[in-house]
Design a binder for this molecule. Structure first.
Ligand SMILES: NC(=O)c1ccc[n+]([C@@H]2O[C@H](COP(=O)([O-])OP(=O)(O)OC[C@H]3O[C@@H](n4cnc5c(N)ncnc54)[C@H](OP(=O)(O)O)[C@@H]3O)[C@@H](O)[C@H]2O)c1
Length: 258
């Protein structure tokens, strides 16, 4: 069971406050941490924070960009060492595109390696992340993945259909880039808009088919704000969702003109 609000750990290694930010999230009850092999030291930093206890009270999700069985197993070994734990709750195939599909799913492919690791008790669950609807649909249809990680916000709505499909098939849905992606909240401050971080987060949380949303945070105040919103939000009605969609389209148009 995951909290509705999770922790996107991609950028914590970038700032001095990264460790404090993660501690704050755990202290406030967030129980899902999303990281990856390629997030420059993020796994190591998480390992440092969870060292010495409380391991059982949260869920760690990480990812490998490797496409072969041997590559994925090699990465898993590195993830376990960096995190300093003996089992990973959710191991995901990272950023799979339709071009990668046959390789990751085929003989000696990355999925084969992760299934072996699951049998050996090194991971509990297997997921897939992608930026393309085509790969996400294949992942949900395949029945091989317990979760998919995808983009969703008023700016990126083409995944809405996949979110519903995943819910139907009992596949967990993890939402990345809920605030429009890294740097978007800062860009939006240059425009007159209702789409502030609170509204964007509320928009995503209002979709009942979503398991967990993982805004990327670097500073403790961001965690505090996001937790406060997640604890108190009123879900949006479909009319308000439609207004956010229209506003996002208009903003993207203005951004393209600049
Ligand atoms: N699988 C993949 O291929 C993939 C790709 C990208 C991301 N992800 C995952 O998804 C997570 C989130 O994605 P993302 O970081 O790209 O996009 P995001 O969550 O939509 O946006 C992150 C941005 O929001 C800002 N922010 C967060 N909380 C805020 C608040 N309360 N008020 C104002 N600004 C706030 C952050 O500012 P600061 O930068 O100042 O902290 C950052 O610029 C990542 O951490 C990562 O775990 C996965």
């Amino acid at each position: 069971m995951v909290t509705e609000l999770g922790f996107g750990a991609m950028n914590i290694p970038d700032v001095m406050e990264g460790e404090e930010t993660l501690r704050k999230a755990l202290e406030l009850g967030i129980n899902f941490i999303d990281t990856a092999r390629v997030y420059r030291g993020s796994e190591y930093l998480i390992g440092k924070v969870i060292e010495g206890g409380r391991r059982e009270s949260f869920i760690i999700a990480t990812k490998t960009p490797r496409r072969s069985r041997d590559g994925a197993l090699n990465d898993l070994d590195k993830s376990l060492k960096s995190l300093g734990i003996d089992k990973i709750d959710l191991y995901q195939l990272h950023d799979v595109s339709p071009v990668d599909w046959n390789q990751v799913m085929g003989k000696e492919g990355a999925l084969e390696g992760l299934k072996e690791a699951r049998e050996q008790g090194l991971i509990d669950h297997i997921g897939l992340t992608s930026h393309t609807v085509e790969a996400l649909e294949k992942a949900v249809d395949s029945g091989e993945f317990e979760t998919v990680l995808l983009k969703y916000s008023p700016f990126e709505r083409e995944t809405r259909r996949i979110i519903s499909l995943a819910k139907e098939r009992d596949v967990g849905v993890i939402v990345m880039k809920p605030l429009g992606g890294l740097g978007m909240p800062a860009t939006l401050r240059g425009y007159e808009t209702h789409l502030d971080p609170k509204t964007l987060l509320r928009y995503v949380l209002s979709n009942p088919a979503i398991s967990v949303v993982i805004p990327g945070v670097r500073f403790p105040w961001e965690v505090e704000e996001n937790v406060a919103l997640a604890k108190s939000y009123e879900p949006m009605a479909s009319e308000e969702i439609g207004l956010c969609d229209d506003e996002a389209d208009a903003l993207l148009g203005k951004m393209a003109m600049r």
